[in-house]
Structure formats: C-alpha cells, structure tokens
Design a binder for this molecule. Sequence first.
Ligand code: PLP
Length: 394
Amino acid sequence: MNAKTQPALSTRCVHAGEARDAHGSPHTPVYTTTTFAFPSTRALLDVVEGVKPGSLYTRYGLNPTIQSLEAKLASLEGAEAALAFSSGMGAEAALFLAHGRNGIVCLGDAYGGTLELLADQLPQLGIRTALLLGDEQERLDELLADGYGLVFLETPTNPVLEIFDIRALARKAHAHGARLAVDNTFASPVNQQPLVLGADFVIHSATKYLGGHSDLTAGALMGPAEFVAPVAGWRKNLGTAPAPETAAMLARSIRTLVVRVWQQNQNAQAIAEAMERHPRIRRVLYPGLASHPGHAVAAEQMSGFGGMLMIEVDGDTAATSAVVDRLQLFAIAPSLGGVESLATQPVTTTHHGLSDAERERRGISGSMIRLSVGLEDAQDLIADLEQALSAPRG
Ligand code: PLP
C-alpha cells in the first residue's frame, strides 16, 4: 500500500496485518506456541539468518500472532516497521538502549517511569541524559551541538497537556544529525501522526488507548525498518516481547480504536467547555480549548484533541480530594485511555514522589484533577462532575 492509495485509518485498524487461517477465521488466530517446526534444516536456517520471513521463537517476537499485530501497529502510524512489547516502558527501555548511547534529551514533562529511567537508571550505565522543561527549550541547541543523539518527548504531555511542535523539533534534531522519538500515547494515532510530521520513532503505552479497556499491558514502537531493527535485538534479549495472548487482545482492541477515540474526543471537548464555565473551576487545560496555550500548534498538528484533560479546582489539595471522593461515575484511579472515565490528582499518583519545589517547577498543583474521559454519555459525566464540585469547600 503506498501513501496515496492506502485505505483510511479505520479500515486499516480492522484489516491491516490480519492473516486468515485455513478455517476462514476473519482474524489472525492466537498461536500460543513458543517454538515453530520447519520442514528442513535449510528452511530453519533461512529464518534464523533472516533470509526469509517466518516464525521461529516467541520471545524473539517471531510468532504469527505478534507479527500480525506488528503489521497492524506499523500501519496505524504509517511506519515501515513496528515492534510490540510487553509494556510501554519495555518499548522505551529498548529504544533508549538501542539509540540513546550518544545521549538522550527529554523535552517537557513525561510519565514518571520515563523520568526515573532517564534521570536515575540510564546514567548508572554511563548514558548521559538531560531533562528539559518546555520553557528551557533554548538549551536544546546546545545539547544537540554537544552530540546528544536522541530527543524524546510526549505531546500532549502528562499531566498538563503541554503541546510541542513536532515538525519544528524534528527539523532541529535532524539538522544536528539527531533523531526524534515521540510518545504518542496521549494523542493516539487517530489524533496525531508524528512520523508524517517528521519524527523518526513513535512509541506507545498500548496499555492506554490502543488497548482501550484497562485490561491489558503492552507497548509499541514504530519507525523506519533500518532504525527499528537494532531495537528488536534489545527486545529479544531483554525478553520484552508480549505474550501471544496479549498480542491478540491488543489487535482485537485496535479494530475499534477509531470509533472509541472519536467519541472520547467529543466527550472531552464537551466536558472541557462545561468545566470552563463552572464557577468552582479556576482553569481547564485541554488542547481543544482556544484558551489553551498550545491550542494553535495542536490545531495544526492534531486532527482531534484527545480524551485527556486537566481541571483546576478553586480550593486546596484537601478540598480537591473532597471533590474527587464525591465522584460516582469517574473512578479514582491512575492510568488512562480506557472506556471508563478515571480521575486522579497528579499529586497523589503520577507526581506523588516529587518535592513541592519540583512540582511547582513543573506547574503541578494540589488543586489539579486529571480526567481520562471514557465512553459514557458526556452529559452524565458532566452531571457527575457538577455534583462532585458542589462538595463543601472544607
Ligand atoms: N508513556 C505514557 C505517556 C504513559 O502514561 C505511560 C504509563 O502510564 C507509559 C508511557 C508507560 O507505559 P506502561 O505502563 O504500559 O509501561
């Protein structure tokens, strides 16, 4: 399929990568096998030596269910190649080990596990890392000139939905011979296509929108085959390919990705607009609102604004917890991207371990509630928030 003639994303979500079996199953079956038999030693060597594609050993990812999922994942992001992982962190760790040896710059806020890997763990292996916030972008040129080879960012970021200009940052990285990796978890491939905008790699916590039902843990990496190949070597020996059962569940979920995300976009926009008018809400951060500082860039590079938003309550941390505790439809839980709506105060979960000063530097306050908007009726969700916001101010 070339770019001009390829079917639309919703069609690819359903059909890409699917291999019908001899019985006519409309989807790739689950091959729970760990190893695969060959008709001859020559046929085995062809696969071992990469001369011919084929299945060999499940930990290598060379299993038809995993390979079928990977063809679908590649198609989602318009990539030449994709790898599936047992988690989003598995994808990040393999990417950093394969392509981060000259130094990794993380731009903007990121998921806590990513920050731990970059700030504490990779430096223990002698890998230099630099963590810049959005307002420190001017230091990026300096680091790239110093030979840092990989720029990593989320957009929109967790949890304040900061937006980075993927096209401009890809140009900057490439001008210095560096590569750009975008964590596209929050946007999903439905709302944003980083490879088309010039990024070299996309990673996903497939645990979130791609899985979509809060019932599986998986990760994905997409990019040009030449860049993805060395990552596969790390995945193989770190042992972080997904189980075939999980791969099949993830492929099942991706078939409905587009309709889920479209509905989540609409629900989140309706909630953001209602919350912006609410007297007990100080601020709403949602890229689909004209008031969001990144709205113009988001409107340019995203085709939808996603299901994640942040509301800031007029009240302190305890008063905000009281609002969260009164929610009935929204569950109090970390994670995101599922069909059910979730609410969490970042100070109690994703940013719990940070000092007050560090939280302030990252613009995180105790009055913030992060919402992951699901597939319930938008008016029901708004009514739930309104009744919770009528909690006494404490
Ligand atoms: N990237 C983002 C934006 C995340 O929110 C998360 C997890 O919350 C991860 C990566 C890590 O993914 P996983 O939990 O699947 O390892």
